[in-house]
Design a binder for this molecule. Structure first.
Ligand code: SF4
Ligand code: SF4
Length: 558
C-alpha cells in the first residue's frame, strides 16, 4: 500500500499577550513552516476562539492536513477542544498534538526573550517530529451497570443517595454505624437559620428510607473491591451476612471524625470540653456555667495538623450565640488566632455575637492561652498584656480529622488521600468531585471539613457527576492507554501488574504461556507499566517509544 504523505499544519497562538508578550509568535510560525512535513503554519491571536477554531477546520479541508499541531497553552484545559475540532473537520482527533509554549515557556522565562525563543522553537520542532508518527485511535466504549453505591449516610451520603434514586437509579447505601445520619444526629442547631439538626437529618433519613430505589444496609463493612467504572464488584458484610454487588459508580461520603484533644488545655471532657461535647449539653439544655471561655484552633494549624478546619470558627460563634441566648447573663469569651467567617451569613453571625456581648480576644500561637482551675490566662495580642478570664467551662474548638474507615475505603477503591487522610479530588479546578480513579466521586467532609450547606451542595454535584455514566449506560474512554505492542516479548513476570496504580493489568495463562492482560477501561495511560517492562512489551498509545524517540531526535536536530 502506498504510504500516505504526511501533511502537518502548525497553528501558533499569541494567547493575547500571554505568549506574544514575550515570544515573537509570527517568527515562530515562520520557523514552523520550515520543519519537515509542515505544509501550513499560520499564527492566531487566540487559537481557541471561534475564528481560530474555524481556521483549523479550514486548514484540514483546504490544505489536506492529516496532522495538526497547536503551539499554545496547556493540554490539560485545551486539548479536548482542539481534538474535537479536528474530529468535526473529519480528521481523527488523535492525529492532533499540542505544544505548550505558554505555561512551559512564555510564562516561566520572563526577561529571557532570546532563550525563550530558542526553547519555543525546540518545543515546536519536537511536537512536529512526534506528530508525523501519530496514529489514529478510536474512543473505547464500555457498558455501565446502572446501579450506584453510596458509602456513608451523613447529610452528604443521604443527599447523594436520594438525588440519584429520585432520578430513577437504583442505589445501595452502606452505613458502618447501626443508625443512619452521621454527625448531624449529635448536633443541636445549625447556623445561620437556627435549624434543628435532628429535624434536618431525620427528614433526610425518612426520604431515603421511603425511597424504593434505595437499598439500605447499616452496620456494614466493605470487604473486597474489584473492577472499574461501569463494572465495580463490591463485597460487603452487614448484619452477619456477606453480599456481592455489581455497580456502575461509587460515591464516597464517609465523613470525618472529631479530634479528641488529649493533653491539650487540660481537656477532661467535663469542665474542659470540645464543641462536639458542648453540642450535647446544648441539646439537653444543661448549661449551668456563667463564665465560658471558647478557645479556637485547638490541635489545628499546628505542626501535627497544618490545615485549617474551616468550619470551627463558625461553630464556635454559633454556640457562643446559643449560650448567650439561653442565658443573657453569661460571660462568653472567644480566644482566636484568626477568624474564618467567610460569606455574608457568617459575617452576620459574627456581628450578632458581638451585639450579644460575646468578647473576642486574639491570641498569639507562640503564647497560647493557659487553662487553670477557674481561670484562663491569655496574652492579649493587641493590648500587649496578660488577661485573666474567669471560667466555669472551657470549650475547645478542634478540627475535623480524616478517619481510619476513610483510609480503609480509600485503599479498597484506590482513591487517593492527602497527608491528613482526606480524599483527594482528581483536579482541584477541572475535576473537583471525581477521584483519580474513574467512576468514583467524593462529597462531604470525607473530602475536607465542610458545613451542612457545603456538604449538601457537593453531594448534589457528585450525584450529578455519577448520573452521567448511569444515564448514558456506557462510558467513553480516551484511547490513550497501554497496549501489548509485543506479545511475544512478554514473559508474564507480573512486574507491571504489581506497579499499576489502577489495577488495570492482570496475568493470564494463555496457549503461549503466562501473558499480561490489559483491562483497558481501567487504564489511565500513566505509563508506569510501559516504563517498567524490561522486555518493551507494552507501549502507550500516542506516547510510543518511536514517537518519544522522534521528539528526542527533533530536539537534538537544532
Ligand atoms: Fe513482565 Fe513486561 Fe510482561 Fe509485564 S509486560 S508481565 S513487565 S514482561
Ligand atoms: Fe496501569 Fe498506568 Fe500501565 Fe495503564 S498505563 S496499565 S494505568 S500502569
Amino acid at each position: 500500500m502506498e504510504k500516505e504523505e504526511v501533511r502537518i499544519g502548525v497553528y501558533v497562538c499569541k494567547c493575547g499577550s500571554n505568549i506574544a508578550g514575550l515570544l515573537d509568535v509570527e517568527a515562530l510560525a515562520e520557523y514552523a513552516s520550515t520543519l519537515p512535513n509542515v505544509v501550513f503554519a499560520p499564527w492566531n491571536l487566540y487559537t481557541c476562539s471561534d475564528v481560530g477554531l474555524d481556521e483549523i477546520k479550514k486548514g484540514i479541508k483546504e490544505q489536506n492536513l492529516n496532522r495538526v499541531v497547536v503551539a499554545s497553552c496547556s493540554p490539560r484545559t485545551h486539548e479536548p477542544l482542539f481534538r474535537s475540532v479536528c474530529g468535526e473537520a473529519g480528521l481523527n482527533p488523535y492525529l492532533f498534538e499540542m505544544v505548550n509554549i505558554r505555561d512551559q515557556c512564555s510564562w516561566v522565562h520572563v526577561g529571557h526573550e532570546e532563550d525563550a525563543m530558542v526553547k519555543a522553537r525546540d518545543l515546536i520542532r519536537m511536537g512536529v517530529a512526534k506528530a508525523a508518527l501519530l496514529k489514529p485511535q478510536e474512543i473505547i466504549v464500555s457498558e455501565v451497570e446502572v446501579k450506584a453505591l453510596v458509602i456513608g449516610s451523613g447529610i452528604a451520603g443521604l443527599t447523594a443517595a436520594t438525588t440519584l434514586a429520585n432520578r430513577g437509579f437504583p442505589v445501595i447505601l452502606l452505613e458502618k454505624e447501626k443508625e443512619l445520619g452521621g454527625m448531624l444526629r449529635s448536633l443541636y442547631k445549625l447556623a445561620p437559620m437556627d435549624a434543628d439538626a435532628s429535624e434536618v437529618i431525620n427528614e433526610k433519613i425518612k426520604e431515603a428510607e421511603d425511597n424504593p430505589n434505595i437499598e439500605i444496609y447499616t452496620g456494614a463493612t466493605i470487604d473486597k473491591v474489584e473492577g472499574f467504572i461501569g463494572k465495580f464488584n463490591v463485597t460487603f458484610s452487614a448484619n452477619g451476612t456477606s453480599k456481592d454487588v455489581r455497580l456502575g459508580v461509587v460515591i464516597i461520603a464517609t465523613g470525618a471524625g472529631n479530634l479528641v484533644p488529649e493533653g491539650l488545655y487540660q481537656y477532661d471532657g467535663e469542665k474542659v470540653i470540645t464543641q462536639w461535647e458542648l453540642e450535647g449539653k446544648l441539646k439537653s439544655g444543661k448549661i449551668d456555667a456563667n463564665n465560658v471561655v471558647i478557645i479556637q484552633c485547638v490541635g489545628a494549624r499546628s505542626p501535627e495538623r497544618q490545615y485549617c478546619s474551616r468550619i470551627c470558627c463558625a461553630i464556635g460563634i454559633k454556640n457562643a450565640i446559643l449560650i448567650k441566648e439561653m442565658n443573657p447573663e453569661a460571660r462568653v469569651h472567644i480566644l482566636y488566632r484568626d477568624l474564618m467567617m467567610y460569606g455574608v451569613e457568617n459575617e452576620d453571625q459574627l456581628r450578632k455575637a458581638k451585639e450579644l456581648g460575646v468578647r473576642f480576644v486574639k491570641y498569639d500561637p507562640e503564647r497560647p492561652p493557659v487553662v487553670e482551675e477557674n481561670k484562663v490566662t491569655v496574652f492579649h495580642h493587641l493590648m500587649g498584656k496578660e488577661l485573666e478570664i474567669p471560667q466555669e467551662m472551657v470549650v475547645l474548638s478542634t478540627p475535623l480529622v480524616g478517619t481510619e474507615d476513610g483510609v480503609k475505603v480509600g485503599n479498597l477503591f484506590r482513591a487517593g488521600l492527602d497527608q491528613n487522610n482526606f480524599f483527594l479530588e482528581a483536579h482541584v479546578k477541572l475535576k473537583p468531585l471525581d477521584c483519580a480513579t474513574d467512576g468514583i466521586f467524593i462529597c462531604g467532609s470525607a473530602h475536607y471539613p465542610k458545613n451542612v450547606r457545603e456538604s449538601i451542595l457537593q453531594a448534589l454535584g457528585a450525584a450529578s457527576r455519577a448520573s452521567i455514566p448511569l444515564s448514558q449506560g456506557e462510558v467513553k474512554i480516551e484511547p490513550i492507554v497501554t497496549t501489548l505492542v509485543n506479545k511475544d516479548a512478554c514473559r508474564g513476570c507480573g512486574l507491571c501488574v504489581a506497579l499499576c496504580p489502577y489495577n488495570a493489568l492482570e496475568i493470564k495463562e494463555t496457549d503461549e504461556g503466562r501473558k499480561v492482560n490489559i483491562i483497558t477501561v481501567a487504564c489511565k495511560g500513566c505509563g508506569v507499566c510501559a516504563a517498567t517492562c524490561f522486555r518493551h512489551a507494552l507501549g502507550i498509545n500516542s506516547f510510543t517509544d518511536e514517537q518519544i524517540q522522534a521528539q528526542i531526535h527533533g530536539f537534538l536536530a537544532a
